[in-house]
Write a protein that binds this ligand. Structure first.
Ligand code: DP6
Length: 363
């Protein structure tokens, strides 16, 4: 597939007004995307677990207008969010070549998240993927109903991931589930820099219904955005080695997923999280997004693992919150541990229980 495959032929239908609604979850990367080039293309392949509970629910109302610039309003939880509009405008600019209808409609985007707004959880993956699903849902009504390629569900999901990527790279991995690869990798069949693809090989039962409890350590807005962080990889002296390591880690995961080797999984996933943050510390200017409680949690997880032989581990995204990952067979024991020993390190004691899911769907 090339970008040309996402430019539609002239539409055969026109709709005056209607509404579409989709929900799309967040995801947590096991091998991280950190560094990009060109138009939202990753420097290395990444893989993530798609989540279930942390999601955005988005409704796109649209009505025909005479041509001109973009016309849209964004509402979050029922309130107009002018703050989001420059980001959406940038997104519309990027997707316009692939969605020629975009300046022929007036849009109202109404979105809400199932996780607290100020939780420090990145809502860009779920938010951008839900919006991309809505745009593809609308486009499918404008396309020739008899055109099998354009009406094919698989093609539409690929296009949604392609568009979501243009909004936020990690959003490309939220359309499908439970394991999604984004970024071309020689050992992963069908993988692409342009969109996310469901992990195509055998996955051991140890990984079914994997759990992720997100510990909310810091709910404040990050001091350094992901976009700025990615950009700093251009001058990072360790960038080349990091991109190579990410790709080799992803290759290593293939046999780990097949055999269900949780010890190797833990070692790889924790190392990925720490390498991501090491890249931040090695950037110029350098920065640290972890907080003292992030480290206290990591230390407690290591202590608990040693004492109990549990197969709990952690990963981090670009922030201070900690994702605690564990197999569903350890659910009771680990959730008790989180409640008793880790929640004290969370802001207001808050955390969110989640588990792997299958991606975006209509509401
Ligand atoms: C650390 O997808 O938020 O979560 O493409 O600039 O929107 P943009 O960045 P974003 O970066 C996510 C980085 C990460 C790792 C990951 O999800 O792979």
């Amino acid at each position: 597939m090339t970008i040309q495959d996402f430019i539609p032929p002239p539409y055969t239908k026109m709709i005056e007004n209607a509404s579409v609604s989709y929900q799309s979850p967040s995801n947590i990367a096991l091998v991280k995307y950190w560094g990009k080039h060109g138009e939202q293309l990753p420097q290395n392949a990444s893989i993530s677990f798609t989540l279930s509970n942390c999601k955005s629910e988005t409704t796109l109302d649209f009505e025909k207008k005479t041509k001109g610039g973009y016309d849209f309003k964004v509402y979050l939880d029922g309130h107009r969010e002018k703050e989001f509009e420059p980001k959406i405008e940038k997104f519309f600019n990027r997707v316009a070549p692939y969605l020629p209808f975009i300046n022929e409609y007036r849009f109202v985007i109404k979105t809400q998240n199932t996780f607290p707004h100020s939780s420090g959880i990145a809502s860009s993956a779920s938010g951008m993927s839900a919006l991309a699903m809505c745009l593809v849902g609308l486009e499918s009504q404008l396309n020739d109903p008899k055109n099998e390629r354009l009406q094919n569900k698989q093609y539409q999901l690929q296009k949604a991931s392609f568009l979501a990527r243009l909004g936020s790279g990690s959003a490309a991995r939220s359309i499908n589930g439970p394991l999604v690869v984004w970024g071309a990798h020689p050992k992963i069949k069908g993988s692409s820099d342009l969109f996310g693809t469901t992990y195509p090989y055998k996955v051991h039962d140890n990984f079914s219904n994997y759990h992720d409890t997100i510990l909310l350590v810091d709910k404040a807005e990050k001091q350094v955005s992901s976009t700025v962080g990615h950009d700093l990889m251009h001058n990072n002296p360790y960038a080349k080695q990091r991109f190579e390591k990410a790709n080799s880690n992803l290759e290593q995961l293939i046999s780990i997923f097949e055999t269900g080797d949780l010890d190797s999984f833990i070692a790889l996933v924790e190392s990925e999280a720490l390498q991501l943050h090491a890249m931040m510390m090695a950037s110029s200017p350098y920065f640290i997004l972890m907080k003292p409680n992030t480290l206290k949690i990591i230390d407690s997880i290591w202590g608990f693992r040693k004492a109990t032989n549990s197969q709990v581990c952690f990963t981090l995204d670009a922030g201070a919150n900690v994702h605690v990952l564990y197999p569903s067979s350890e659910r009771q024991q680990v959730q008790q541990f989180i409640k008793n020993e880790l929640s004290i390190f969370c802001k207001d004691g808050s955390y969110i229980d989640d588990f792997t899911g299958t991606g975006a769907s209509t509401i």
